[in-house]
Design a protein around this ligand. Structure first.
Ligand SMILES: [Zn+2]
Ligand SMILES: [Zn+2]
Length: 364
């Protein structure tokens, strides 16, 4: 089967023919339907985040169950599934305390399956890892049963793929955030795949003002289709000052969906007293923001991170699917480009150029 593999030192993914083992107990073989191209994959390609190599990248995907291993009961062959890029073990402290997306065992086993072994072998017999236990840039994948969330037939594969990362991360980081209430003012820094969905989350929570900040004018215009009420081009305007003026004193909630020192500082600087800043986008490894400690105390600001929409991914998937089917959550409208697997590097180049919306790999 074909897969896009990241090899050490390579700046591009290469399409290789890999051997796929059968699912072991507790695992599922998925035939991939669609896979989204996400900035987190680019971090791996550029080396600003690390994975063991060689590795099949891709963590935003959906597919159909082809076969199940022994003991799998949550899905059966033929089920169409959203795939979670965190599989939960169910018995670590994080899983037991209601935070399965922060599962310790999942983090420790990383790009291997839960038993610490791999399911992919390359042409020279070497083992190949799977990003997030998935590696959705491949025709088939063996994944933990816990990664699979069965969905109704009327959710298209491309839509389901986006629910697997950018939609759940963006919308979830707002609707599951602390101190959220109707009428709040929200700032979303970064109008990429996650940012547009954070804007949708704010719209779904009836925010009175949704201010999008980006460095690309065309992305800001695109963001207004998803609910942004005001836009700020941070290359020409200082976002903090403009936001303090637009909101008459600062926003209740500010999200850094890009993930960098500068944008996180902008998020904190845009808050009113008692406001909440959330870092959603992944910065480069080692990045450390400079925070005004007196400001954070006197203004009683909260700074927090949000991983995978702050809650159980399966529970957020359920909400996203319901809202999509009701027509309240726009997902088809985010997909601007479609590629086949061989065109994957072209797709990442478009993402890096900052083109609007999401690119998706579609499998036959
Ligand atoms: Zn992602
Ligand atoms: Zn766990």
């Amino acid at each position: 089967m074909k897969a896009a593999v990241m090899r050490s030192g390579a700046s591009q993914l290469q399409i290789e023919d890999l051997k796929q083992e059968n699912p072991r107990p507790g695992e599922v073989l998925i035939r991939t339907g669609a896979a989204g191209l996400c900035a987190s994959d680019i971090h791996i390609i550029h080396g600003t985040a690390q994975l063991p190599l060689p590795c099949v990248l891709g963590h935003e995907g959906a597919g159909t169950v082809e076969a199940i291993g022994e003991g799998v009961r949550n899905v059966k062959p033929g089920d169409r599934c959203v795939l979670s890029f965190v599989s939960n073990c169910g018995h670590c402290r994080m899983c037991r305390s209601g935070h399965p997306h922060l599962c310790d065992v999942n983090a420790l086993s990383g790009a291997k399956q839960f038993d610490g072994t791999t399911r992919l072998v390359d042409q020279s017999g070497g083992e190949v890892f799977q990003m997030s236990k998935l590696g959705v840039f491949s025709e088939y994948q063996v994944v933990p049963a816990q990664a699979c969330y069965p969905m109704p037939d009327d959710v298209p594969m491309e839509v389901a793929a986006l629910i697997g990362c950018s939609v759940t991360t963006g919308v979830g980081s707002v609707i599951n955030a602390p101190k959220v209430k109707p009428g709040m003012t929200v700032v979303v820094i970064g109008a990429g795949g996650v940012g547009i969905n954070a804007i949708q989350g704010a719209r779904l929570m009836n925010a009175s003002q949704i201010i999008a900040v980006d460095i690309a004018e065309h992305k800001l215009e695109f963001a207004t289709r998803f609910g942004a009420t005001d836009i700020i081009d941070s290359t020409t305007t200082s976002p903090e000052e403009a936001i303090l003026e637009l909101t008459n004193g600062g926003a209740d909630l500010a999200l850094d969906t890009f993930g960098s020192i500068e944008t996180t500082q902008q998020a904190i600087g845009s808050l009113r007293k008692n406001g909440v800043a959330i870092v959603v986008g992944l910065a480069a490894l080692g990045d450390k923001a400079n925070i005004d400690l007196v400001d954070i105390v006197r203004m009683q600001k909260t700074l927090t991170g949000a991983y995978y929409g702050l809650a159980s991914p399966h529970e957020t998937f359920r909400t996203m699917i319901d809202l999509y089917l009701k027509g309240d959550l726009l997902i088809d409208e985010i997909i601007e480009r479609r590629y086949n697997l061989e065109e994957i590097n072209e797709g990442f180049e478009a993402l890096e150029r900052g083109e609007n919306g999401r690119g998706v790999i579609v499998f036959d």
